[in-house]
Design a protein around this ligand. Sequence first.
Ligand code: NDP
Length: 477
Amino acid sequence: MTIYQNLIGGEWIGSDATENINPSDTNEVVGLYADGSAEDTKNAIAAAKAAFPAWSRSGIWERHVILKKAGDEIMARKDELGALLAREEGKTLPEAIGETIRASQIFEFFAGEALRLAGEVIPSVRPNIGVEITRDPLGVIGIITPWNFPIAIPAWKIAPALCYGNTVVFKPAELVPACSWAIVDILHRAGLPKGVLNLVMGKGSVVGQAMLDSPDVSGITFTGSTGTGRRVAAASLEHNRKFQLEMGGKNPMVVLDDADLDVAVEAAANSGFFSTGQRCTASSRLIVTEGIHDKFVAALTAKLETLVVDNALKAGTHIGPVVDEKQLKTDTDYIEIGKQEGAKLAFGGELISRETPGFYLQPTLFTEATNEMRISREEIFGPVVSLIRVKDYEEALATANDTPFGLSSGIATTSLKHATHFKRNAEAGMVMVNLPTAGVDFHVPFGGRKGSSYGPREQGKYAAEFYTIVKTSYTLA
Ligand code: NDP
């Protein structure tokens, strides 16, 4: 079998490899992917450092052309790359193709941004002096990504890093190297100079750690768990390095008595269970007022009955497998915890067998949960949702905000007054009205607050805040 190698200084390198296993069919090896070392990571950082002076001064047209070419190729290959994504991560084929399209759109967006780089010229408070405010690239950016969006998250970090003139060392999650390899290959062939983008696949404790320990990495953008995020923060402070963290969530969706029942059920089913609940923006807490509670539970469980859990590539599958055995154990452990805590298992909770051996779990709904239970406070990152009954809007809002996290927060209501109040008072980076808490646009800021995020927002124009550093220049006329 071919070994998909690391890209270091423009050369494909590496002979040690790890198997990438399909969670829908554990007999299938998606491919063999290089298992990089700390030495490989140091070499990649050195290559990125050497490439930085020329790339940071490269013309904006060159950057535009390369990013656009990459976006176009990803779009042209969306079905093939989507299938690869579904095979390595387990989201359904339509979800995987949708994510691939989004990756392409992100490259197109930043191809455009490269042509719109600008600064400000303003008068000084002192006569005969001009002031210019410009943005410089940071230098070498370390990119560390999680397994749940194997093509979109790498895209939304690599595209702005390159657009603003930085060079990159990219470490994808070990579980999902295939899409990362594919987009690095596409960018390499699109004409990136040697060393501008380096790929080091391998273990977080080896490759990721070597990035954290290097004084030559000027910025680290990280998406993943809260625990690893804290390590990134501590190591970055040590090196006085800029860092950006996107971490977990325990996103609430409030359903009020006046909600349109169909809209509320669709939003809850989508954001609670699609993508196997493995989205940082998933609604893992449904907070439902008394008047609609019983109707909503009945309608949601009826909807869950109709959802098909099966092989991600199979037509008609709504929910693919859990990503791996470790995550499956986390999910089933939390299902036991929920039962012991006294929540009522209203739907699911069982492992399922399918034609192909995989990590299949029923969508699982706990009712009669309280916001104090561990299943309502800790991120599970699977298709397991707590439903909490509350008296009224005021209690719903207080419950929604009573969490260590603050990524996305949703409300289903037909009341303008409550929707407006919720948008103002939800303690979250993103607020959704009559929409799933998951599912965002690619051209606007993404991120959270409290324990979910740290540092500037990602995506859209706001990405410049992280990937550049502001310079103020004074000139005597
Ligand atoms: P992890 O924190 O385990 O891993 C994230 C990345 O960090 C992986 O590439 C991992 O490598 C790497 N890593 C692990 N240890 C180290 C280390 N010591 N030094 C440097 N890097 C390291 O998270 P998961 O991959 O399990 O992702 C799931 C989590 O991500 C969930 O908590 C979820 O909420 C969060 N997430 C947040 C999003 C957001 O935007 N807020 C979006 C998507 C996910 P490896 O896996 O190879 O060991």
